[in-house]
Design a protein around this ligand. Structure first.
Ligand SMILES: Cc1cc2nc3c(=O)[nH]c(=O)nc-3n(C[C@H](O)[C@H](O)[C@H](O)COP(=O)(O)O)c2cc1C
Length: 159
């Protein structure tokens, strides 16, 4: 599920970094500076189990991430984790949704081909009989102004 990224799957010139995911697994990430623009009018949707394992993706998710449905279902959501995203952003995300609250934020996601795309994400806990049983995430096109603010903020947080 967490195989290293392979140079032959990357489009364009790339940099290499190792990321510690899931608190324990180290994954070799190959990433480029090529942005894929968020398509107008589309929603990118996924659902996960309580521990963040992907259980459903819609077609826009598949198209934007570059992974197949088979590669995504059963993988941890951190398959999209980009090295520019601060650890603290994901801590805030998990702290919020585990309290049963909705989280909103701007996320830079890694594509299978090493490129990236920005999203405005909402994550909503699915609660049944008072217990959290999973999460649903819906992403929309972010404004450029907000993306530029996040680029600056996240680079400060990572410094
Ligand atoms: C419903 C849901 C959707 C998520 N969507 C993303 C996403 O699009 N990109 C991402 O990097 N992490 C996403 N996450 C957070 C990941 O589970 C993970 O915390 C993050 O990628 C950082 O990896 P790590 O927790 O292994 O350090 C999502 C989590 C949930 C529960």
């Amino acid at each position: 599920m967490f195989s290293d990224m392979k140079p032959e799957e990357i489009t364009g010139e790339f940099k290499e970094i190792s990321l510690d995911l899931y608190q324990s697994i180290t994954r070799k990430i190959l990433y480029t500076e090529l942005e894929t623009a968020y398509p107008e009018g589309k929603l990118i949707v996924s659902t996960t189990s309580i521990d963040g394992i992907i259980t459903y993706v819609n077609q826009s998710f598949i198209d934007m991430s570059g992974f197949s449905e088979e590669e995504l279902i059963g993988s941890p959501h951190s398959i999209l984790r980009h090295p520019d995203m601060p650890v603290a952003a994901f801590k805030d995300l998990w702290d919020t949704i585990q309290r049963g609250e909705k989280w909103q934020g701007y996320v830079k996601n890694l594509r299978k081909d090493g490129g990236y795309y920005w999203v405005k994400a909402s994550i909503i806990p699915k609660i049944r009989a008072g217990k959290i049983v999973g999460f649903t995430s819906v992403r929309r096109k972010p404004s450029r102004t907000k993306v530029n603010e996040c680029i600056a903020l996240y680079s400060t947080m990572n410094a």
